[in-house]
Structure formats: structure tokens, C-alpha cells
Design a binder for this molecule. Structure first.
Ligand SMILES: Nc1ncnc2c1ncn2[C@@H]1O[C@H](COP(=O)(O)OP(=O)(O)O)[C@@H](O)[C@H]1O
Ligand SMILES: [Mg+2]
Length: 339
């Protein structure tokens, strides 16, 4: 598939994670207490409630405007003569904006189309239809060649910090690769200095420049992925479940790092998660995705105070609270049975 194609600017690697893999794997189930059965409950799939608040679209200074974005994956039959029998509608008419300098959240259960959306925005995948306006240019239909200048401006942090790093490359060459490709470091000395500055910025010891990925912990490896993604000072950073594969104890450190970088570097951040509590902590506004569609879009405050879509309410009810009585009260108020 196209995400495996070597891609100079985007923080991809030969081993970018497979989007068809269920999110997180076994570790995530442990790491995310909110991934309870409620989220997958078919009784909440009442999409008849029109919950996308359209007034939250199209205002302000947008770095990204996504309109009616769709991706269908063909389902084929036959070994030799493949014929298409059907299509998976992974993303089914998604529209949202990311304002300059904000953190916008995209949240929804595993398989709802978050990664496919992210991959289309950074053009690792070709959209079936729709518009992706990035900083004033519709990039949805651009060719590989036309995309070159844009590659630098949109970078991605992947879910699995191990499989997205080449195990045989030193940290120095992983973080330095985007600088080399875009000719941004003259000579080894300057390259090393720049890479070490980046390592310091993300909380890695610059002396570990020559180490290999396996010598680092999961959290440190995600820091490497983040350093690589910000090496080119992108205008938009897409973080696709950046903490889902990490132990709970280090998730907060990585979230804090992303928050700090977003603030200090003035990044626009598209933050993807399946866990509402994580998104709430990170985001100004957010969209809730369900089965390829956005079912609710609002500011984080609004969405928490007054969730209008049943699926959002189910996601909220699955968020653990330290005070069990408060949770019981909340469920009682909504008339939902405690689980
Ligand atoms: N390359 C692909 N070929 C076929 N189906 C795919 C492919 N990538 C993703 N899908 C399907 O698209 C849907 C959305 O997947 P994905 O975007 O990875 O969801 P999420 O990131 O929200 O977990 C899933 O049903 C998934 O199986
Ligand atoms: Mg995903």
C-alpha cells in the first residue's frame, strides 16, 4: 500500500505501522482503562441525531480545511482475476478545520477511520474524493511531484514508536534524515549540532546520538519519533494515537511534551486518540468519529458539558473518574445503568 512508499518529508519510515492492525494491540487494552465494552455497544449507534455543529466550521484562521473527505477500500474476489465486489467505506464524508496554533482532537473507537483520515491529510493515502485545503492550497489531487514542497509542512507522529523507527539506524541518523533530505544541514558538524538540539528539546540525552532504537524505552522511542517529526519545523503535526502503545505511567510525560512543543513552537496539532480523557487534556476543539463519519464537533468544554450525540455520551461514560460516586451520579442523571 502507498504508506509503505519511501517518503522523504513525512516522518514515515519503511516500517510505518499497518493501519489495518487493531489499535494498540494487547498493551493498549491494559494501558487504556476507558476502552470498555460501552464504546462498542451497538445500542449507541443511533446516528439519527444531527450532532455536527456546523457553526464550528469555516471560521477563524485555518491551517487545514477538510471537506467531505472520503476513502473507500475495494473488496476484491478471485485469485487471478480480481474483481471488486464491494468497498469498505473507511472514511465517509468527513469535514473539519484545524485553526492555526490550536490542538484539534479526533476521537473515536478503533476502526472508525481516524488513521485513514490522517494518512489522507498527509497524502500517504490518496483520497477517493473530497477536499484537503492546507494553508490555502487544495492538496487532495496533487501529484507526488507537486506535493514535494508540502511534505515538509505536515509531519506525523505514529502510534507505535518501535515499528516506526528503523532498528538498524542510529538515533542521530533517524532524527537527522529529514534534515539531509531537505538539505538543511551543511556538513556533519552542523547536522550533529541540530540533531542534538532536537534531542535536548524532546528530553533525550544528546550524548545518546549514536545509540540504536532498541537501547531506548518505549517513551524515549516516542520522543525520538517526535524529534524526527519536528526536525523540519512543520506547520501541522499529526499525532496518531501517540501514547496508545505506551505504559500509563509514561503516557502523561509524552502528552506534556507534545503540549509544551505545541505551545513553544506555535504548532498546529491534529491529535488523534480513542480515549476521550486524553483528548480532553490536550485539545481546544474536537470531533467525535463513528464508523467513518464525524458525529459531533465542538469545543472540548462544550462537548463535555453537553454531549449531544449518544455515541459521545457513551464515550464519556467510559472515561474513568477517580470518584466512583461522581460517576454513578453522572450515569444516573443521564439515565444510564452503571456498568
Ligand atoms: N489498506 C486498507 N485496506 C482495506 N481496509 C482498510 C485499510 N486501511 C484501513 N482499512 C479499514 O478502514 C477502517 C478504518 O481504519 P482506520 O482508519 O485504521 O481506523 P482507526 O485508525 O480509527 O482505528 C477499518 O475498517 C479498517 O479495517
Ligand atoms: Mg488508527
Amino acid at each position: 500500500m502507498s504508506s509503505a512508499t519511501p517518503d522523504p518529508g513525512t516522518a514515515g519510515s519503511p516500517n510505518t505501522p499497518d493501519p489495518t492492525t487493531p489499535l494498540g494491540g494487547p498493551q493498549v487494552e491494559e494501558a487504556s482503562p476507558s476502552a470498555g465494552g460501552v464504546i462498542g455497544d451497538p445500542t449507541v449507534a443511533d446516528t439519527s441525531v444531527p450532532a455536527v455543529r456546523r457553526d464550528t466550521l469555516g471560521e477563524g484562521d485555518n491551517i487545514l480545511q477538510v471537506r467531505d473527505l472520503r476513502k473507500e477500500f475495494p473488496i476484491t474476489k478471485g485469485l487471478l482475476f480480481k474483481r471488486q465486489v464491494d468497498a469498505v467505506r473507511a472514511v465517509d464524508g468527513v469535514s473539519f478545520d484545524v485553526r492555526r496554533g490550536e490542538t484539534f482532537g479526533l476521537v473515536g473507537e478503533s476502526g472508525c477511520g481516524k488513521s485513514t483520515t490522517a494518512r489522507m491529510i498527509c497524502r500517504l493515502l490518496d483520497p477517493t474524493s473530497g477536499q484537503i485545503d492546507f494553508d490555502g492550497t487544495d492538496i487532495a489531487g496533487l501529484s507526488r511531484k507537486q506535493l514535494v514542497p508540502f511534505r515538509r509542512d505536515v509531519q506525523m507522529v505514529f502510534q507505535d514508536p518501535y515499528s516506526s523507527l528503523n532498528p538498524r539506524q542510529t538515533i542521530g541518523s533517524i532524527i537527522g534524515a529529514p534534515l539531509d533530505i531537505h538539505g538543511l544541514a551543511k556538513g556533519d558538524g552542523e547536522r550533529k549540532r541540530k540533531v542534538q538540539e532536537l534531542m535536548d528539546l524532546v528530553g533525550l540525552n544528546p550524548e545518546h546520538y549514536n545509540r540504536l532504537p532498541h537501547e531506548f524505552s518505549g517513551g524515549q522511542r516516542q520522543r525520538i519519533g517526535i524529534a524526527r517529526a519536528i526536525a523540519l519545523s512543520p506547520k501541522l503535526l499529526i499525532a496518531d494515537e501517540p501514547v496508545s502503545a505506551l505504559d500509563v505511567s509514561i503516557q502523561a510525560q509524552i502528552l506534556n511534551l507534545l503540549r509544551r512543543l505545541q505551545r513553544d513552537l506555535g504548532l498546529s496539532l491534529l491529535f488523534i486518540a480513542h480515549d476521550l480523557s486524553v483528548v480532553r487534556y490536550m485539545c481546544d476543539r474536537m470531533a467525535v468519529m463513528y464508523a467513518g463519519e464525524i458525529v459531533e464537533l465542538a469545543t472540548s468544554e462544550e462537548l463535555y458539558a453537553n454531549p449531544s450525540h449518544p455515541y459521545t455520551r457513551a464515550l464519556l461514560d467510559a472515561v474513568p473518574t477517580p470518584d466512583p460516586d461522581a460517576r454513578a451520579r453522572r450515569l444516573a442523571e443521564r439515565g444510564t445503568a452503571a456498568v
